[in-house]
Ligand binder design. Sequence first.
Ligand SMILES: NC(=O)c1ccc[n+]([C@@H]2O[C@H](COP(=O)([O-])OP(=O)(O)OC[C@H]3O[C@@H](n4cnc5c(N)ncnc54)[C@H](OP(=O)(O)O)[C@@H]3O)[C@@H](O)[C@H]2O)c1
Length: 303
Amino acid sequence: MARHKAILLIGASGFLGTHLALHLRDTYKVYGTFHENFYPIPGITPIPVLSFEKDWIKRITYMVEPDVVIFAAGKGDPKEANNSSTAYDQVHTGGMATVATASEAFKAKFIYISNSYVFDGKKGNYHETDTPLPSTKLGKEKVGGENFLRGRSLNYVIIRSSPLIGRGNGARFSFFDRLRYHLDRDEKIELPKYDLHSFAPILGLLKMVGKLIESPIKNKVFHYGGLTRASHYDCGKMFAEKFGYNPNLVLPEKINLNPEHEELYYSDYSLNSTHSVKELKIKPLLLEETFDLLKENLIVLPR
Ligand SMILES: NC(=O)c1ccc[n+]([C@@H]2O[C@H](COP(=O)([O-])OP(=O)(O)OC[C@H]3O[C@@H](n4cnc5c(N)ncnc54)[C@H](OP(=O)(O)O)[C@@H]3O)[C@@H](O)[C@H]2O)c1
């Protein structure tokens, strides 16, 4: 009987990790790590990773013998990353490097989830061929992780994803959960207005990872994003209108700015996914279409 591929999913207890675990568990033997939040997912073997201590990571990889490692741990919000502890700082670079090095013994494919903060936000619509020039701490950590793989790994794929729209796992609110939570209660919610992104549904990223697991593609970077350029504030307003909430409850986050030069405060981190569309047959969606998809899937995550 053919052996199911073994997947070591680092960060299975997170928003993205939980979705990946649920998406992959029927096809593969999935081992998922958690750090502070133990979130049991039927069909997934849970593994604690309290730190990226070398011997512990080696022990885990020798137990799992992974065919594929998916690194989906760490932070997505640059503000959160700025205020984080050193343990968090380690994740995207040092932690990732420890896992990548340990899994080399099994010639595992290493899929690293990066994000659009590897760019400086001055241009937008970034292609895979554009040079990363991060201006945030989070972006610098992500670039550190990407550079390690480029220099050391013989079998890696980097996916730089735009912010993802989807339900959280109950343990931690996703952006979408936060919106719904406030609007359901007729509460105001303040959202960043000046960072623009190409928001995309989480489902497309799950499909992309699934394709990459089975494909011989290696040592490449792929971008994942939608077709609409919007801020979290724009996105919140559109969501409220689409789902019948009061859009006036969505307010721009207060920052000290000179209103005469408001345009100077904008950064554009949108990603161009043309390469992924061509090579991986990913369908990019407008924000409106993403919300339609969400409407169809307004169900509790399967447990
Ligand atoms: N969410 C998005 O829209 C998005 C978009 C693009 C890229 N990404 C990238 O995808 C990754 C995951 O994002 P997310 O939104 O799923 O984040 P999340 O919900 O905050 O989950 C983070 C995951 O990392 C684990 N973790 C955190 N610190 C750790 C440490 N010191 N040691 C071991 N594990 C640790 C967490 O474990 P515990 O919960 O058990 O502590 C959790 O499993 C991030 O690197 C982010 O940059 C996310």
